[in-house]
Write a protein that binds this ligand. Structure first.
Ligand code: ZN
Ligand code: ZN
Length: 135
């Protein structure tokens, strides 16, 4: 009787295993088609960009960025359209060359739906930011 039961259990085990394999195969197929979709929509590229930004490995030549920013007229914060250099507000220089109040870009990031890869509200580039020292 016990032996018969054991055999039955084995049978069940094999059946379950087979089921698992089928599920695995299904998942693999699903993953493959997902990958296809990602390729089509270029999401993989975005993911790579995201990792790069998160790791902070993007080399930014801040001197060049600052120079570029200085050449532009950046006396106003593009978010609140208030003067940048009045008062003692912290300023943020983005690697794309745009300058914002630290508070304004901070709020923008908090409300941005993209949690990790923010795009500059002016030029839609991914950015790193640097707090500008007050003169
Ligand atoms: Zn502002
Ligand atoms: Zn920008």
């Amino acid at each position: 009787m016990a032996k018969k039961l054991a055999a039955k259990t084995d049978e069940m085990f094999v059946a379950v295993q087979q089921d698992c394999q089928e599920v695995d195969a299904f998942m693999a197929e699903l993953e493959a088609s997902l990958q296809q979709t990602r390729l089509i929509f270029g999401a993989d590229e975005d993911a790579g960009e995201q990792r790069k930004v998160e790791a902070g490995k993007m080399d930014v030549d801040w001197d060049a960025v600052y120079e570029q920013a200085s050449e532009r007229d950046f006396s106003e914060c593009p978010i609140c359209i208030m003067p940048l250099y009045e008062g003692k507000q912290a300023l943020m220089l983005l690697s794309c060359g745009h300058v914002f109040h630290g508070v304004c870009i901070g709020n923008f990031e908090r409300f941005d739906t993209q949690l990790y890869t923010h795009c500059c509200p002016c030029c839609r580039q991914h950015y790193q930011k640097l707090e500008l020292p007050h003169n």
